[in-house]
Design a protein around this ligand. Structure first.
Ligand code: HEM
Length: 424
């Protein structure tokens, strides 16, 4: 059933995944920015209420005050009313870098940071270019392809798997499990649930839980292997690390692996697919980029702003606090909507115009503050190399069928993007 497009803030419910699956969420964000930029959603029988934050300045405020707004108490909008479900949903809280508060967050980030400095990222350029070249060679003989499956998903998957030292035979499993965990609300990935039950909240929960368990099972074996023989990879760095004089526990390391594999492949995949979609829908901008390749770095930033692959991150208020005149009570959840702030009229002139030369472009696609994306350097480099090679080899690449979007309020995903490599 298709939900009707609301006309006023009171009717907007950003928990409705179907708006995201249909690519219509920007219309809702526009209403909220205009009428209720800090908007209380009361939740319902299943979910506790939360605040929607849709303006740039307010996301800066929330992100820059981790002492007021905790990540440790949950980073997604959903907080089940049911106690058992709440316990299950919050099992990763406080255990991953992304769900930690200072001072523990600062210590853990410092530990892993050396693998993500600009210098460490630059070392990967030749490998990223080689993987990209091989991927494009793989589709070169074809007239058409599913750009997501054949190209966009494969580069970030290969990079994060290589960083973690995973064997090539396991990469398809990582792709499959990432889809289950982050795409749990989409019937396409609910393959462990009987067909008749797909699309329900229960199906999403089962899919997410099974995907998570399988992921932990897999990484437990990897960890065992690294404890037996340390290698030159991220998992080995974690095995070899100490925090405050203590070695990281197995549980700490497993949660880190879980975070890295999810964050490393799903987000960049969608930036690549969403970028190609944006260029295809704005042929004059694609032509501009093809004519002036020096625009590539600003085009990548515009793609990140335009796509905003992570749709939201949440925080929980440690104290009563006021945001834009609204009283947020201690314990309440605030949800920062990145696609909305990246089109905030007060910050970006003509925000709904895709402009590969946009400058300045201080988008918040990677967040801001303490939790600013650790992998931003890798994501930017992967995007740069991919679009450089893609446009050089296939300047005529064009859409060849309808885009299929992910049913998710968390990841701005594209599941399938049919393309032809030359115009018909
Ligand atoms: C276009 C691609 C990407 C986007 C849009 C993106 C977005 C984000 C955002 C918005 C956050 C902030 C979370 C918050 O404030 O609560 C974040 C954090 C993080 N990202 Fe990314 N990310 C991308 C790629 C990557 C990659 C490739 C990796 C790993 C190689 C990665 C690893 C992480 C990690 C570990 C954190 C947690 C940092 C912390 O809590 O200190 N991300 N990302």
């Amino acid at each position: 059933m298709t939900a009707e497009m609301p006309l006023h803030a009171g009717d907007v419910n950003l928990a409705d995944e179907d708006f995201f699956a249909r690519g219509e969420a920007h219309a809702l964000f526009r209403i909220l920015r205009r009428e209720a930029p800090v908007h209380w959603n009361p939740g319902g029988e299943l979910l506790r209420g939360w605040w929607d934050i849709t303006k740039y300045e307010d996301v800066l405020f929330v992100s820059r005050h981790p002492e007021i707004f905790s990540s440790e108490r949950g980073i997604v909008m959903f907080e089940p009313v049911d106690e058992n479900q709440r316990a299950l949903a919050s099992q990763g809280n406080g255990k991953m870098l992304i769900t930690m508060d200072p001072p523990r967050h600062v210590r853990l980030r410092r530990l892993i940071n050396k693998g993500f400095t600009p210098r460490a990222v630059a070392v990967w350029e030749p490998a990223i270019r080689k993987i990209t070249g091989e991927l494009l060679d793989g589709v070169a003989g074809k007239a058409r392809a599913d750009f997501v499956i054949d190209v966009a998903s494969q580069l970030p998957l290969a990079v994060i798997c290589e960083m973690m030292g995973l064997e090539k035979k396991d990469w398809p499993l990582m792709f499959q499990l990432t889809n289950k965990v982050l795409g749990a609300g989409d019937p396409e990935y609910q393959t462990d649930v009987p067909a008749a039950q797909r699309g329900t909240a229960d199906a999403a929960r089962v899919t997410n839980n099974l995907g998570t368990m399988q992921m932990f099972g897999f990484f437990a074996q990897v960890l065992q292997a690294r404890r037996a023989e340390v290698r030159q990879d991220l998992v080995s760095v974690l095995v070899d690390s100490e925090m405050g004089g203590d070695r990281l526990s197995d549980e700490d390391i497993l949660w880190f692996c879980f975070l890295l594999i999810l964050a490393g492949n799903e987000t960049t995949r969608n930036a690549i697919s969403g970028g190609l979609l944006a260029l295809s829908e704005h042929p004059e901008q694609k032509a501009r980029l093809l004519a002036d390749r020096a625009l590539l770095p600003s085009a990548i930033e515009e793609i990140l702003r335009w796509v905003s692959p992570v749709t939201h991150m949440a925080r929980v208020a440690n104290d009563d606090v006021e945001i834009r005149g609204q009283q947020v009570a201690k314990g309440e959840r605030v949800v920062m909507w990145y696609p909305s702030v990246n089109r905030d009229e007060d910050v970006f002139p003509e925000p709904d115009r895709f402009d590969v030369g946009r400058s300045p472009n201080e988008h918040l696609a990677f967040g801001i503050g303490e939790h600013f994306c650790l992998g931003a350097g890798f994501a930017r480099l992967e995007l740069l190399v991919m679009f450089d090679e893609l446009l050089r080899r296939f300047p005529d690449i064009c859409l060849d069928g309808p885009v299929e979007r992910l049913r998710s309020t968390f990841i701005g995903g594209i599941k399938h993007l049919p393309v032809a490599f030359a115009p018909n």
